[in-house]
Design a protein around this ligand. Sequence first.
Ligand code: SF4
Ligand code: SF3
Length: 538
Amino acid sequence: MFCYQCQETAGCTGCTRAGVCGKSARTAALQDLLVYVTRGLCQLTTALRNQGEAIIPEDDRLVTENLFVTITNANFDDDALQARIRATLERNAALRSRLDGAGLSAAARWDGSGDWDDKAQAVGVLSTADEDIRSLRELITYGLKGMAAYNHHVNAYGKSASGVDAFLQAALAKTLDDSLTAEELTALALETGKYGVDVMAALDEANTSAYGHPEVTRVNLGVRDNPAILVSGHDLHDLEQLLEQTVGTGVDVYTHGEMLPAHYYPAFQKYPNFVGNYGNAWWQQKEEFEAFRGPILLTTNCLVPPKDSYKNRLYTTGAVGFPGCPHIGADRQGHKDFSALITHARRCPSPIELEQGTLVGGFAHNQVLALADQVVEAVKSGAIRKFVVMAGCDGRAKSRDYYTEFAKALPQDTVILTAGCAKYKYNKLELSDINGIPRVLDAGQCNDSYSLAVIALKLQEIFGLDDINDLPIVYNIAWYEQKAVIVLLALLHLGVKNIHLGPTLPAFLSPNVAKVLTDTFGIAGIGTVEEDLNRFFG
Ligand code: SF4
Ligand code: SF3
């Protein structure tokens, strides 16, 4: 196997025996094959679109789901991956019959014959010999995986983001095209960022039109003495169905990790059994899921291979899968039946309390813009010197303690803007406020980084600046998996420069590609807390 798609890749170069994430070589091979046949499917759908033919929504969904399941910490279930490969091969055969076959790649033509392990070896990441082309192809592919994840959430509402499916498929097909130069692939990576903005805007619209605009909310961190279900991942639509089905049953619901921001939406606040947030970011789930004592629903990444002590309480849905854990599917209308979790919860003791107190969040664009006068006044008076965007991912690497120390050491006249699970590195520190504005403003999940961009664009307008980079905002972003890649490409598309990315730069950036990003956009890594404070505020 060879995988280097996430920040925790072995030795900062690539996982070759098993994933640091727990992915086996066999699972990695199946994921490589799934990406391969999906590239083939995308070439076929793109060729048909170019002929003016319609693509059925089921094929759009298949591409989206296939990419989503290969994202880090989503799916470890070999049977599910094989079933997807077979389903995609069937669609490829059906679509091939509608084309004359000229110019089709081996990926589009493969019929599934031969040994799949050998095939996976031959088509994986290292099958592209030139390290710069490989780097750009993977940068695009990982950005598209992140885009697919957000596209899936848009689709869950029965909506689609304009042009996103067609772009996603055309771009993935281009990663098969040996005639494209490094310059053309760089341009494609940046164009991917444009559609990243579009898909996040569509998701923002879908979430807020369904559940209202996030508002300032105090979220409970303690527990009650009732049986309960813990829900993690990013899928608000799953959460809504779970809440609908649990209300009045005597079973409480708590969020974990990236589901915390659900509490900020008015529509979820009406459920009396939606108690609070339990625990921290994804990588602490082994201890926290054990202590929870009730059933756990993983709606998206990040899943850590479970301990036996709670594996029988772990349920998956959507793109997530783990062998031996029940998977809750959707019917044709998208309805999911969570009664098994509710019955299971009733047999379990209530959660062990991990902490008490509350957390404040809900600073998505609508709420921050409602406070715009206060914020602008604080900036004009000098009470707020700078905003520091510290969005992104959390992870288990010890080096991420940097973000806690950095947050603690920030000057008192700075405000952290955050989104994603990166927040858990500092959201429980006592960082006080500036004239009533908390020094950590949490916009929501990683996809709500879009909200931070909307806020920046609005401030640019209010302050009458020509360039978004003239705002008093610095970017110190933590990344881990592929959704962070699409967020990064989206920020680059919006013209944001001098983003610092840590705790390490992606292993999939070759020295030449990293140099292009540095020279063109000022992308840089991080140093020590002291060095970076000097750099940003010195
Ligand atoms: Fe390694 Fe990350 Fe790939 Fe898992 S997802 S195999 S940890 S690079
Ligand atoms: Fe976190 Fe996985 Fe990226 Fe959505 S839950 S930000 S790492």
